[in-house]
Design a binder for this molecule. Sequence first.
Ligand SMILES: Cc1ncc(COP(=O)(O)O)c(C=O)c1O
Length: 387
Amino acid sequence: MRTRPFPPWPVVTEDEKEAVMKVAESGRWGHILTPQAEQFRERFAEYHNVDYAILATSGSTALEIALRNAGIGSGDEVITPPTTWVATNLAPVMVGADPVFADVRPDTYCMDPDRIEEAITSRTKAIIPVHIGGYLCDMDRIMQIADKHGLVVIEDCAQAHGARYKDNVVGSIGHWGCFSFEKSKLMTAGEGGMVITNDENLSDSVFGILGADGEQAERIAEGRKNVGWNYRMTEFQVAILLIQLDRLQEQQNKRIDNAEYLKKRLLEIEGLEPLNQGVAQNYYSYVFRYDCAYWQDISKQRFMAALVAEGIPLFSTPSHQIPAYRSPYFHSPRKSYDKVYCPVAEKAFSEEAIGFQATWMLLGEKADMDDIVNAILKIRQNIEELL
Ligand SMILES: Cc1ncc(COP(=O)(O)O)c(C=O)c1O
């Protein structure tokens, strides 16, 4: 059906090349206290309408920084979803806490507030809702539950840059918001991360605002008790991310436009149902639910293989095909998650959920969206060949 590639990612223009060359020639390749880094932090904070934005080396370290600064540690429990990249679930482990899995809603694959409430124990200290693929968590209910039980909320926005939940950009609704700038993400510098918050204690926290060694000496001189650590980003990354922030809205609009078109066309096909789209979400992945009853009982895996054979790339990494608690990380002699079973997530991975990388595929034209739909229609017309 299709042999042409989808649009490339990352988008590289003269702006990126110029910005990187400027840093190269300046000879100032590192240290976070540069005017450019300050500018990026200020602009990112302003965009999210929060007081602080802290640069980090990755989305994983951003989550770790938020957890440490929120005082989460040994003996604590942190509620996380099974439908995420495993870094979300491992971040609590990195600070000595235990992740607890709460199942997701079938219409968004984001954590179900009812399941969060059921998972709360006397050891629960935090919740990490993940706006998975850019689909939006029910933040109103999650914040209500957190308020009621005195829990910290750390939004994992690694896949949702720029998405809006009601009047707020995601990351600014919980007490902390964490972002990744890894190569496939909606803003990218190859690697990188960011933490945002309104918490004024942040600057005197375990990792400090900057994790810069020079800073550390100053902080000790000021009588602050906490030391820093190296989670610094390079100046090259900052230069590129400033440009990416400028482009975020325009790219998001294009994805939303294509997603709405795709939804309309997919809804015409029986047995496929796009997930519940937010009004102004961003799309890291585009996901629809497959019901094999309408496809002569052909398994999701077989349907996906046929779609890939038609030239439509789909998610194929194991992280997107098993609930996170089944990952080898969670089967150690120290603590076993063997008995954890989240039915909605299990069904999503084994039977239902089909997704593709929207970061770049939704930056295509309507003709690219038509190719996706026409490939599906071709499978329908030739379904006997798959029996
Ligand atoms: C939902 C989610 N959380 C956390 C991370 C971790 O980000 P990073 O790869 O930058 O460490 C990722 C990215 O891979 C992610 O998709």
